[in-house]
Design a protein around this ligand. Sequence first.
Ligand code: NAP
Length: 360
Amino acid sequence: MKTRYKVAVVGATGMVGQRFLTLLEGHPLFEPVALLASGRSAGKRYPDAVDGRWALSSPIPAYAREMRVLDAERDAASLMGKADFVFCAVNLPKEETKALEERYARLELPVVSNNSANRGVPDVPMIIPELNPEHLAVIPFQRKRLGTGRGFIAVKSNCSLQSYVPLLHPLRKFGLKKVAVCTYQAISGAGKTFSAMPEILDNIIPYIGGEEEKSEREPLKIWGSVKNGKIAEADAPFITAQCLRVPVSDGHTAAVFVSFEQKPSREEILAEWEAFEGEPQRLGLPSAPKRPIRYFEEADRPQPKLDRDLEGGMAISAGRLREDRVFDWRFIGLSHNTLRGAAGGAVLLAELLAAKGYFD
Ligand code: NAP
């Protein structure tokens, strides 16, 4: 493992890209060397490219103020030898995103992606670092398929999952049978601020394209197992999801109902959440929350406004655990969608990949 890795951000001007830039400021392992976006931004100085759409309360990092945005397609090859890997978060049709990510991988630039385009590919690991780091074992098989020596694609899961899958994960030992989840998702998840999405004020939009399918399907890949160089999806639990866009700036909330093969007690569930940790905590990765799950006893928590920034937006909050009349248990989960659910989750994944030698 090297002590420093050079990284480029593809989609640097977007909502997730902006988070990447702030997380990379002063990062102990990763040094941003290039920022890329569409032809609309290419050639501009970064502050000019995001003029009027910088969405974060913290200022544009000093290093980025001096950088000129490159064209993600035209200038891709110029990164060879300059960057050790890329973060990718672009708003493009699925096939174009897939082609763009494969292009970078074939240029021998590993891609750590926030996009959904490659999530369904069986030899592309979809990682929540505390949950399924063992899925990185498919990377050599993917490299073979792509014909690369070091290039590969690793993805993180959809942001909505982060508010309930990490809470269900330590309970798998009791046999997860059925899960119903309703997510209440922030507007930054659509790349929006309130000024760019006035229709959400005093409103709820009961549809987020493709989100329910991802919320039901992606957990089964996360809980799948590696067989013959591919990830075979788990066949349980049965998950049903409804996803709503709500007038919250950041932080996705999930109302979860769950039934088990062997119903655990309240004490057993709370003990599993309290004790839960994974590879990032054991390895002491820089972005790993010290306590990945925090349970609130207060009846009115967790709340996005109060709790989304827990441990730098990387911890998952839970609350309102109680018995259910239809399922065994119900509870509320919350996670920060552009931190743990997007850029922060990808930075943590990159730290894991670095620690395991995948960028060397
Ligand atoms: P966004 O704010 O709309 O930003 C999109 C980015 O894509 C911009 O940098 C844009 O550059 C770039 N782009 C558009 N067309 C391009 C092209 N032809 N070539 C290269 N770059 C191009 O979107 P976002 O919310 O950041 O989301 C980005 C990705 O992350 C999406 O796949 C999304 O599903 C995923 N994601 C988002 C969240 C979230 O909470 N927001 C969470 C998890 C995953 P210009 O500025 O030059 O147009």
